[in-house]
Design a protein around this ligand. Structure first.
Ligand code: XMP
Ligand code: MG
Length: 183
């Protein structure tokens, strides 16, 4: 049997810890956006599980859209190049937008997306990221809602991948460095 858990050095955030924090973020968003029908935009693919859990715990009216950008390829280091591979389907002009991300790392992806979306004149725009890795920031960008601050290690699971693997792990774990040291 090929159990993907064998590639995990240690569990950083358990399913229970993530669920509890997602409920707290959802309560914050409910308080801030009740009656405003916010438009939540999930940045695919890493944030799909976070988005699914977050919106299922939101009791308020909201709208969803998805956007895909690629910046990583198979490498675990930021290349800096961000390409839109799937654009939004909805018009965001005049809407209260919340960008939902898996991890804010160098900040290159989100600062690019913020610029792009601001040009479309939303009523407001905020960032919600499950994980924040401030150690590697290259752009002065901060999220409005942050699940957890994480150390400068490569993490996978709960939507996050390495070379398109490990997204289906229900927890967030630190990948054994030997998995990507041969790059
Ligand atoms: P930047 O550096 O632009 O990167 O803030 C954001 C995107 O890079 C991916 N990323 C990671 N993916 N484990 C992952 O599985 C990590 O530790 C990690 N760090 C960055 C992620 O897709 C994120 O949206
Ligand atoms: Mg991502």
């Amino acid at each position: 049997m090929d159990n993907i858990a064998k590639d995990i050095e240690r569990v950083l955030l358990s399913e229970e810890e993530i669920a509890a924090r997602v409920a707290e973020i959802s309560a914050d968003i409910t308080r801030d956006y009740g009656g405003k029908n916010p438009l939540l935009i999930s940045v695919l693919r890493g944030s799909f599980i976070f988005m699914a859990d977050l919106v299922r715990s939101l009791p308020i009216e909201c709208t969803l859209d998805f956007m895909a950008v690629s910046s990583y390829g198979k490498k675990s280091a930021t290349t800096g190049a961000v390409k839109i591979t799937k654009d939004l389907d909805l018009d965001i002009e005049g809407r209260h937008v919340i960008i939902v991300e898996d991890i804010l790392d160098s900040g290159l992806t989100l600062s690019f997306m913020m610029e792009l979306m601001s040009a479309k004149r939303p009523a407001s725009i905020r960032l919600c990221t499950l994980l924040d890795k401030p150690a590697r920031r290259q752009k002065p960008i901060q999220a409005d809602y942050v699940g957890f601050e994480v150390p400068d290690e490569f993490v996978v699971g709960y939507g996050l991948d390495y070379a398109d693997k490990y997204r289906n792990l229900p927890y967030i774990g630190v990948l054994k460095p030997c998995i990507y040291c041969k790059e």
